[in-house]
Write a new protein. Sequence first.
Length: 140
Amino acid sequence: MPQPEATANSISQIIAQRIEALFGQPLAELEALADNAPDATLLAALIGSHSDLVLAERNIAFQLERLRELTSPEREIGRFTAGHILDCARRIAESVATRDAHAKSTGAVLGGLRRASAPDAQPPAVPVPAAPPTATSRTR
């Protein structure tokens, strides 16, 4: 399948940037982390959703290229070609719906998450216990 156009507004690229910003690591490293625990983490779910977005965008690009081939001015459109054109259009519509659904849900999840602040460099000092009061001796 052809790669989706590498534009600054590719939905999968925007989602990838948001995931990287949230976790503070490149997507390739995050994918490796998610592979170790594929079903147990939010990271794995976000990476899976991003992969689905990429697949939908690739399918859109592939079907658009196929549609352009089928409708080129040099090509005669007959009964079979018309069926292929209709099939490409249907597949594009399905992939766009899939892409948009994944983008909406993943964007909503990412919108509700914030990067945790880094832990303090030093743990807080443990308070020193007060010295026990000295007993005064009283003699009568």
